[in-house]
Design a protein around this ligand. Structure first.
Ligand SMILES: CC(C)(COP(=O)(O)OP(=O)(O)OC[C@H]1O[C@@H](n2cnc3c(N)ncnc32)[C@H](O)[C@@H]1OP(=O)(O)O)[C@@H](O)C(=O)NCCC(=O)NCCS
Length: 169
């Protein structure tokens, strides 16, 4: 059976077999994804293989303090706090690594963030890297570390919008 497209997590998805190699991200999926989505804290988008989740990310509105934003995001006289969109988690099952699922999830997340920002505003997309490896991963997507926290990285909505309209992606 082919892998699904990126879909909203639902009650039929199997979560227990998921293993991305990072216990925190495995535990978040099994322990919090459903309840956090049901309570409106986050949207959870998944790719599944015959129902079993093999990749996911979490998306939510968020804010950052103006002083933590890199200069490219802090331009002008920003409000305090600065409205943003947060990709809170991203993980792919190890057995499915290297097949482009992670890139597909990131692109989907960026597109949803742009669509959301078109409706309600938002200055930047913010990510929370769980370790140095994840920091490097987000840097490879053009995200820049917050001034006060290397594990929080961001990229301006404007920049992502331009990047997505470039047909080569
Ligand atoms: C990072 C992760 C989501 C990538 O998923 P994936 O489906 O294997 O990724 P893709 O197949 O789309 O892409 C693989 C590419 O990402 C690159 N990549 C993987 N991890 C990377 C890292 N830490 N830093 C930089 N690049 C990385 C690979 O080198 C590969 O590059 P290539 O396409 O040029 O060969 C996955 O390895 C994972 O779940 N890791 C554990 C959780 C994690 O660290 N999440 C990051 C955010 S919190």
């Amino acid at each position: 059976m082919p892998l699904s497209t990126v879909e909203l997590l639902d009650d039929t998805n199997g979560l227990d077999a998921f293993d991305c190699g990072k216990p925190v991200l495995n535990a978040w999926l099994t322990g919090f994804a459903r309840t956090n989505q049901a309570r409106g804290f986050t949207r959870v988008l998944v790719v599944h293989d015959d129902g079993a989740v093999v990749g996911y990310y979490g998306l939510a509105p968020s804010v950052i303090q103006p002083n933590s934003a890199p200069r490219a995001i802090r331009t002008g006289r920003p409000p305090d706090p600065v409205p943003c969109l947060l990709i809170g988690q991203l993980a792919v099952d190890r057995r499915y690594a290297g097949q482009g699922i992670g890139s597909g999830l990131v692109k989907d997340a960026l597109q949803r963030c742009i669509a959301g920002a078109d409706i309600v505003g938002g200055r930047a997309i913010v990510v929370r890297a769980i370790d140095a490896d994840a920091e490097r991963y987000w840097q490879s997507w053009g995200f820049i570390a917050a001034r006060d926290n290397p594990s929080v990285l961001m990229r301006s909505i404007q920049d992502v919008r331009l990047w997505l309209t470039d047909a080569s992606h």
